[in-house]
Design a protein around this ligand. Structure first.
Ligand code: PMP
Ligand code: GLN
Length: 383
């Protein structure tokens, strides 16, 4: 194994899901739903298989899906794009993130990101030979995660190539505010950098607006916006994602993507196109269901004695283990199945400055309400 990949072990998601299987614990660790996505989407995939959509699709994705992606972006975010030149379909958001960083970063270039970050960010930046410049999100007494403006400014410099922004943010559940986005956009322009936005939780916001960075003045031309069907349509195993942006950036991503996967599962593409075209009521109903789950889990964790940091978006909630006498999240999560039959994920593994997250763990609430209730019942034993 090459030197620079050695610090990367097995992902925490695989480790914790294996622990859940081994112990029979309720798995609120890895974020995947335990129900299927919209029936129209599932039927369309079955139909596509039967209809023979089983060979290589075009490199950027099938035209029907590219059009559906642009129509969805127009409907929800008011962004107008050309489906022929400004969209690329990828193997989940994960491939889009990797291909984007590999396409835009020279070795030694710097990537500004916010820690804790989704674990593939560090690996993709490292594979590109680039350097991450993490800005720490810290929970404040009001339960919101914030960053320090001076720390963000200090992360920018002459070698900054791009900002990698995830909002709504995994694992904190933070939704970046309009002021924070304006600050980031201003710095991108001052330092003439690109922005790559990971918006896989774009529909999962609870009472606060999600604003794509690409919609801010001056940002459209320098931003690649990434999303995925996995979260919005409860099909994380399908790995259908996409990136949209100005043609010159999309064409750079395609140059790399063609040698990573070339193309992605053809029968799933028309099905995701159907899902993206579902009426607004699908999206609002999906969010409302998760919001109820969030409220259940936040209340249950609070009762169990955790210091809960209620999320404004995503399907994760983070909690401070110190009120329960815990000090180290990794240790706490390894012991949790034995103590009460629940699996969670320590978030310190998503920081460069691990100390900042040592006492924080993450629970996923993208599960059937009865599963969340069962987990809460078990966690009560900790109090
Ligand atoms: N970005 C974030 C912030 C995520 O939480 C995830 C995990 N679902 C991904 C990207 C990966 O998405 P996909 O499964 O579509 O590759
Ligand atoms: N995105 C999901 C999470 O954060 C799953 C990621 C994974 O398994 N790689 O839990």
């Amino acid at each position: 194994l090459i030197e620079r990949m050695r610090p990367f072990g097995t992902t925490i998601f695989s480790e914790m899901s294996a622990l859940a299987v081994r112990t029979g614990a309720v798995n609120l660790g890895q974020g995947f739903p335990d129900t299927d996505g919209p029936p129209e989407m599932l039927a369309a995939a079955a139909q596509a298989l039967a209809d023979g959509a089983n060979q290589y699709p075009p490199l950027p994705g099938i035209p029907v899906l590219r059009r559906a992606i642009t129509e969805h972006e127009q409907r929800f975010w008011g962004l107008t794009r050309d489906p022929d030149t400004e969209v690329v379909v990828t193997a989940g958001a994960t491939e889009a993130i990797a291909a984007t960083i590999l396409a835009l970063c020279e070795p030694g270039d710097e990537v500004v990101c916010f820690e804790p970050y989704y674990d593939s960010y560090a690996a993709s930046i490292t594979l590109a030979g680039a350097v991450r410049r993490p800005v720490t999100l810290r929970p404040e007494p009001d339960g919101r995660y914030r960053f320090d403006e001076a720390e963000l400014r200090a992360a920018f410099g002459p070698r900054t190539r791009l900002v990698l922004l995830n909002s709504p943010h995994n694992p904190t559940g933070k939704v970046f505010t309009p002021d924070e986005l304006a600050l980031i956009a201003g710095l991108c322009q001052e330092y003439d950098t690109y922005a790559v936005t990971d918006e896989v939780y774009e529909h999962l916001v609870f009472g606060v607006p999600h604003t794509p960075l690409a919609t801010l003045p001056g940002m459209r031309e320098r931003t690649l916006r990434i999303s995925s069907a996995g979260k919005t349509f409860s099909c994380t195993g399908w790995k259908v994602g996409w990136a949209t942006g100005p043609a010159r950036l999309v064409s750079a991503v395609l140059r790399v993507k063609q040698f990573l996967t070339f193309v992605n599962a053809s029968p799933l593409q028309p099905a995701v196109a159907v899902a993206l075209g579902l009426p607004d009521s699908y999206f609002s109903g999906f969010t409302a269901g998760l919001r109820a789950n969030r409220d259940r889990l936040v209340a249950g964790l609070t009762e169990a004695g955790f210091g809960v940091l209620p999320p404004e978006g995503t399907y994760f909630v983070t909690a401070d283990i110190r009120p329960l006498g815990g000090t180290d999240g990794v240790e706490f999560c390894r012991e949790l199945p034995g103590r009460c039959g629940v699996v969670a994920v320590p978030t310190q593994v998503f920081y460069d400055h691990r100390e900042a997250g040592r006492h924080l763990i993450r629970f996923a609430f993208c599960k059937r309400p009865e599963v969340v209730d069962e987990a809460v019942e078990r966690l009560r034993k900790l109090a």
